[in-house]
Write a protein that binds this ligand. Structure first.
Ligand code: KG4
Ligand code: ZN
Length: 335
């Protein structure tokens, strides 16, 4: 089955073709990051308008890459939520129009299921069951995964997502959007141990997260340094290091607990923040301590992309599902 995947939930237009027999055949992405950078974050209306302009050329591009024509497509999968309503509407309308005109089935995919299954596109995909840590700009979740569609939520953030905390802390440090990669870069020059930030909610049992306190802690640290006339580039790098270390350590503590609670021997990380090098290194060592193996997508598939939507949609379609309801994107949608 040859499935086209369409991702437009936020600020990247992703299109891909996945074949259930041959794997990923083509994949293209347009990132709006530069366009939104001037505003310090994603402007929803600009995002929707840009998705409209990109979808047709991107689809042509991936079909050419895959040496296919539209007539070879068996089905179309699209992100039906969660995300920005206007942006989702563009992808959903485009995908459903393709489905109507080509007379092929369509399937609406949950964006986080896409992230969760992204490691399946790698050469050595994880087998079920596994613990998944989903860390993006909108979510921080630990999930017990027993198969396609068999997801049990183990822990969630009670306030900000980890990626959101990175983005907001970056803004305080005068860094551009998206903040995660920029903080990671700045932290490379940071002095370990100069600052120690709290590890929220690790002093009590459970798998819930909270990241909004770290944001306030970062702001207070920056202001204190400013008052002492010590807000040098080195100090900012030291703060970036301490912030990143606190987020990573907090995530690592909860991942270890989740592995112990489920007794699973595989840990999967996915979503934008899973691109973070310090997080990967820390989780590799945590997994080793629990005799478990860590799996993650290639960097391009950590952040939003069409390939993960094509893959997740293909699995759903093979299981006999298909979209029959009217076009109805869900900006909020529990997995
Ligand atoms: O999955 P994603 O592309 O979009 C959402 O579904 O939210 O994730 C974007 C998030 C942003 O908050 C970005 O700052 C963060 O992922 N991010 C990172 C890194 N790369 C992206 N955070 C920390 N370190 C990184 N290397
Ligand atoms: Zn995402």
């Amino acid at each position: 089955m040859i499935v086209v995947g369409i991702e437009t939930s936020c600020d990247e237009t992703g299109v891909a073709v996945y074949d259930s027999n041959r794997g990923l055949l083509g994949e293209a992405l347009f990132s709006q990051v530069a366009m939104h950078a001037d505003y310090g974050g994603v402007v929803p209306e600009l995002a929707s308008r840009d998705h409209i302009q990109r979808l047709v050329p991107l689809l042509d591009q991936v079909l050419e890459q895959a040496s296919l024509t539209k007539q070879d497509i068996d089905a179309v999968a699209y992100t039906n939520g969660p995300g920005l309503i206007g942006a989702l509407m563009v992808g959903a309308t485009f995908a459903r129009s393709l489905s109507y005109t080509l007379n092929i089935p369509a399937i609406g995919v949950h964006h986080m299921e896409g992230h969760l299954l992204a490691p399946m596109l790698e050469e050595q995909p994880p087998a079920f069951p596994f613990v998944a840590l989903l860390v993006s700009g909108g979510h921080t979740q630990l999930v017990d995964v027993n198969g396609i569609g068999q997801y049990e939520l183990l822990g969630d953030s009670v306030d900000d997502a980890a990626g959101e905390a990175f983005d907001k802390a970056a803004k305080m440090m005068g860094l551009d959007y998206p903040g995660g990669p920029r903080i990671a870069k700045l932290a490379e020059d940071g002095t370990p141990g100069r600052y120690k930030f709290p590890r929220p909610m690790t002093d009590r049992p459970g798998l819930a997260f909270s990241f909004s306190g770290l944001k306030t802690y970062t702001l207070n640290t920056i202001q204190a340094a400013k008052q002492n006339s010590d807000l040098s580039q080195q100090t900012l790098a030291d703060i970036a290091y301490a912030f990143q270390e606190a987020v990573v350590e907090t995530l690592a503590i909860k991942c270890r607990r989740a592995l112990q609670a489920t007794q699973h021997k595989r840990l999967v990380i996915a979503g934008g923040v899973s691109a973070n090098k310090m997080l990967r290194d820390r989780l590799t060592s945590i997994a080793a301590k629990e005799s478990a193996t860590l799996f993650y997508p290639r960097p391009a598939f950590c952040t939003d992309n069409g390939a993960m939507i094509a893959y997740a949609g293909c699995q759903r379609l093979l299981a006999g599902e298909q979209e029959v309801d009217p076009i109805q994107p869900k900006p909020r949608w529990p997995m």
